[in-house]
Design a protein around this ligand. Structure first.
Ligand code: TRP
Length: 449
């Protein structure tokens, strides 16, 4: 078993710092890039309805479960389960979490690199970037070349490594305290502008008027489920690891609610940025993953003040991506530190370097290896599909079953911090039956469809 007793455990300085860091993990490319294209592909309103329902019914109880596990075990994800239920086979869940974090770590920086590239383009050469067709055709040739995308990915990873290296309080907590409010301000400014566009009415209708027939498609549920897991940042050990840096007496239910609500709100408001622009200037909302990188820049060109809007938008994407990447890097880093006694700097650089090398296939999948298809998808999209729509929900089922069946009842109830006691009991019962059943149903129906 991992011995954590001799390694001085780092801690968050404040509860607010912890909530902001967890929000930083939750709010990322998933809320802006992924949410808008998946919602666009799945018809908007109906998708959002199912998404919000799944966030409340499945996302909240599972996030609280991860917080409870991490704080009770005071140990990073890979060993937390073995600590709470010694001798059981459940330690495998923790390892699955670390593997899933690596899987996402091997393509997420690629997209983050694209965002940074665009930020630089609009910051340093706005006149050129705003010429019709330039941004999107530049994007095509940019992602086609092997070298450039790797450099921008490396730059994002370097920023991430620097923050993780500085540690929990001085790195992650401080960075989140500055970046998360900045993010909220940029988002609100952009949404205000988005809502003033002519296409705002159409966008609101698209986002909030469900097309009821779409609800009959099992795929929609799986897409919403995968998106919920990805966006909240569940089932990867991130939230277990973050909660392990909390003192045992901290309240969790409110923190979990703040993270889930903040994350969902952020995604919906991001929809108010993306879709009014798309509808005003004639883009296609069902464009797929290129929505933010090919469609939107074409839209910016026609917008009054589009260069500023673009600058804000890509700054938003980069900041959101970095705080999420920080959380993904922290999972293997914490494991190396606590299990293998590595030093933080050594662990951060090593995992960052591995992510850089392992990120190459996903990056090349849009360039030199553009003809490679895995089940019909480019490498990056295939990785995302497997991680979000398979690994995460399976991890979620296991976490729910662990809390419902394997973790000693009294400890689990107390660990959640839910009060009155009836609430804690309801939470555990949900994890024991309803959540795994619902997840299994959506998973099986969605995969067979
Ligand atoms: N939630 C982040 C996003 O929306 C991505 C992310 C960070 C994540 N940590 C995670 C996804 C853990 C799944 C699990 O972009």
């Amino acid at each position: 078993m991992a011995s954590t007793d001799t390694v001085a455990l780092e801690q968050w300085r404040s509860q607010t710092g912890f909530v902001l860091a967890a929000l930083g993990a939750a709010v990322g490319l998933g809320n802006v890039w992924r949410f808008s294209y998946v919602a666009g592909e799945n018809g908007g309103g109906a998708f959002i309805l199912v998404y919000v329902a799944l966030v409340l019914l499945v996302g909240y109880p599972l996030l609280l479960a991860e917080f409870a596990i991490g704080r009770s075990a005071q140990s990073e994800s890979a060993s937390a389960y073995a600590t709470l239920a010694p001798g059981s086979r459940w330690r495998g869940i923790g390892v699955l979490g670390v593997l899933a974090a690596l899987a996402i770590l091997f393509y997420y920086p690629v997209v983050a690199g694209w965002a940074l590239k665009y930020l630089a383009l609009f910051a340093f050469d706005p006149a050129e970037a705003m010429r019709p067709g330039v941004a999107s055709s530049r994007f095509q040739s940019f992602i086609a070349g092997p070298l450039q995308p790797l450099l921008w990915m490396g730059a994002v990873l370097a920023m991430t490594v620097a923050i993780v290296w500085m540690g929990i309080e001085r790195g992650i907590e401080r960075a989140s305290a500055v970046l998360m409010p900045a993010l909220a301000v940029i988002l609100l400014l952009l949404a205000g502008y988005g809502l003033s566009l002519d296409g705002a009415g159409k966008a609101l209708e698209f986002l909030f008027r469900p097309d009821w027939e779409a609800l009959a498609r099992p795929r929609l549920y799986l897409a919403a489920l995968g998106q919920a897991f990805f966006s909240i940042g569940l089932a990867m050990g991130v939230m277990v690891t973050y909660a392990s840096y909390l003192p045992r007496d901290r309240a969790l239910p409110g923190a979990a609610l703040a993270v889930v609500a903040g994350d969902t709100l952020f995604a919906i408001v991001a929809g108010l940025v993306v879709f009014p622009a798309v509808f005003t200037f004639g883009g296609d909302p069902a464009q797929g993953p290129v929505l933010a990188f090919v469609t939107l820049p074409q839209v910016f060109v026609h917008m009054p003040g589009g260069a500023i809007f673009a600058l804000g938008f890509f700054a938003l994407l980069v900041i959101a991506a970095v705080t999420s990447l920080v959380s993904l890097l922290e999972v293997p880093v914490a494991w190396l530190m606590r299990r293998w006694r590595w030093r933080r700097g050594q662990a951060s650089i090593t995992v960052g370097a591995i992510a850089f090398v392992a990120g190459m296939p996903a990056s090349l999948g849009h360039g030199l290896w553009r003809d490679v298809r895995i089940a019909g998808l480019p490498i990056l999209e295939a990785m995302d599909h497997v991680a979000s729509n398979l690994l995460l929900p399976v991890g979620g089922i296991l976490i729910a079953l662990f809390v419902g069946w394997s973790w000693q009842r009294g400890e689990a109830l107390a660990g959640s911090g839910l009060r009155p006691a009836a609430l804690a009991v309801a939470w555990r019962l949900a994890l024991r039956y309803a959540v795994p059943a619902m997840l299994a149903l959506v998973l099986v129906a969605g995969i067979r469809a």
